[in-house]
Design a protein around this ligand. Structure first.
Ligand code: GLU
Length: 502
């Protein structure tokens, strides 16, 4: 067993974000590739915002993606496994208290009695003087009697960790290379424990990473500026400093940071749209990493085999919905018929629940459609858009959509009437796509029409849409009687629109 130990440490303060899923995946791939251990730890100290529902969403989302951990909570609120637990920070509070007590005893931290109002006034002064905000160090050297006086006045202290004023913290990031950050840019001595005794993120993350023997911290680039604080804390705690790998940010197409305000970031929303986990994992892996070849469609096993942390790009990874849909389509095509039907079921059911279809097709009906449907599905949810018209009792096609550009309502009604007759004749003998098409093409030629015009009018009449899988296959799926009935209905509507024939 390698001593590589990595972790994902989400806060259950929101649904699983695709950035968190990508970070989890890269940690998982790295651990599996190197034979290391992957740990899941919940950073749930923000009690006001943490919920069990979010915890469940995060765990379920990662499980859906096939991301499994070797140590950590099983299901939300449930039992955990691993020898470095507990894996929920709220159950580790005495460890933080113990570490804080140690730092205080060694004078690496001190009690600070400044009130929020005083700190606020300090910040405003700094802002007015165009200085960057930092703690002045007011309480850094209090005497025992000054402390007693503050306590007597009822002030509750926070614990601040001493940040050395003039040091350069340097580290070699596996992705970003050599990084140097001046301690003067860190905002002064850092609050590690609030006045109510609860510990803060920078502190808990360092205490836990040390206690859990984390060897590599792989996380988003937004944490890069936090790393010097963590390094100083590791030093102060006498712990080994892990290696760092900061993953590039995920960006919108305009290169702005992808945030939940501007974009769809919840993994569950993609799942609800019918992205399949094989594709989603594949896509996330390519957000910032590539094999260095043209190959894009990779299974989890292939990703594990090929993944190299050092090959992750340092520049931002632009999220492309088109590419995700393309990959999803590729993965949908690879599914067996039975598997695809199983996965489509809930989406077909949703069409029924939403009143967009009138009945549920049988498995055999769906199976018969797969040859033309499977390669056209960008997502599972697109099934309604693609073939929902087959499972409705009545269509009410829009006259404007029925009439091709070069025709008017009367011409279209006449053309559809002729086409109906042709279809009725062939259909009586053989109701097959190959049999329906040639006589219709003959009709087009005899009348000097454009095939596109007639076929579009037929398409809208029988499907209600301007874009569908191959028209004649759809007519066959719809059935002889229903096709004719829909043509009749369209002809009727057109005739009404055209008025009495002169
Ligand atoms: N709770 C932090 C986050 O989700 C963890 C950051 C870290 O990996 O250190 O951003």
């Amino acid at each position: 067993m390698s001593d590589i130990r990595v972790r994902i440490a989400p806060s259950p303060t929101g649904p699983l974000h695709l950035g968190t899923a990508r970070t989890a995946l890269f940690n998982f791939l790295f651990a599996r590739h190197t034979g290391g251990t992957f740990i899941f730890r919940l950073e749930d100290t923000d009690q006001a915002r943490s919920t069990e529902a979010y915890e469940l969403d995060i765990i379920n989302g990662l499980h859906w993606l096939g991301i499994r951990w070797d140590e950590g909570p099983g299901v939300a609120g449930g039992t955990e496994h691993g020898t470095y637990g507990p894996y929920r920070q709220m159950q580790r509070l005495e460890r933080y208290t113990e570490a804080a007590t140690r730092l205080l005893a060694e004078d690496k931290a001190y009690y600070c009695y400044c009130t929020p109002e005083e700190l606020d006034a300090e910040r405003k002064r700094q802002e007015a003087a165009h200085e960057s905000p930092r703690y002045s160090g007011h309480c850094a050297r209090l005497t025992a009697s000054e402390r007693v006086a503050f306590e007597a006045a009822g002030r509750l202290p926070v614990v601040r960790f001493r940040i050395p004023p003039n040091r350069t913290i340097a580290f070699d990031d596996i992705i970003r290379g050599h990084v140097e950050i001046e301690t003067s840019a860190l905002g002064g001595d850092l609050v590690i424990v609030r006045s109510d005794g609860t510990p803060l993120y920078h502190f808990t993350v360092a205490v836990d990473d040390a206690a859990m023997a984390i060897s590599h911290v792989i996380r988003g680039e937004d944490h890069l500026s936090n790393t010097p604080k963590h390094i100083l804390l590791f030093e102060a705690l006498g712990s080994a400093i892990p290696q760092f790998a900061h993953l590039p940010l995920i960006l919108n197409a305009d290169r702005s940071k992808m945030s939940k305000r501007k974009s769809q970031t919840a993994v569950a929303a993609y799942r609800a749209e019918g992205f399949i986990p094989e594709a989603f994992v594949n896509y996330l892996a390519l957000l910032g990493w590539s094999t260095g070849t043209e190959e894009e469609v990779l299974s989890s096993a292939e990703l594990i085999e090929r993944f190299e942390l050092s090959a992750v790009n340092s520049s931002g990874a632009v999220f492309s919905r088109d590419r995700l849909e393309w990959l999803n389509g590729q993965w949908i095509r690879r599914l067996s018929a039975t598997d695809l039907i199983d996965r489509l079921r809930p989406f077909v059911q949703a069409e029924l629940d939403a009143g967009r279809i009138d009945w549920l097709p049988a498995d055999d009906e769906l199976r018969a459609l797969l040859p033309v449907v499977q390669e056209r599905l960008p997502t599972l949810a697109a099934v309604g858009e693609l073939i929902g018209f087959l499972f409705v009792d009545n269509l009410d096609p829009d006259v404007a959509a029925l009439v091709p550009k070069r025709w008017d309502a009367a011409t279209t009604a006449a053309a559809l009437t002729a086409a109906r007759q042709t279809i009725a004749e062939v259909g009586r003998v053989a109701w097959e796509a190959d049999e329906i098409e040639p006589p219709l093409r003959q009709l087009v030629e005899d009348r000097g029409w454009k095939a596109g015009d007639l076929f579009m009018a037929i398409r809208v009449a029988v499907t209600g849409r301007t874009a569908t899988p191959p028209l004649f296959d759809m007519m066959v799926a719809l059935g002889y009687e229903r096709t004719l009935a829909r043509l009749d209905r369209a002809i009727e509507k057109l005739a009404a629109q055209a008025g009495p024939t002169p």
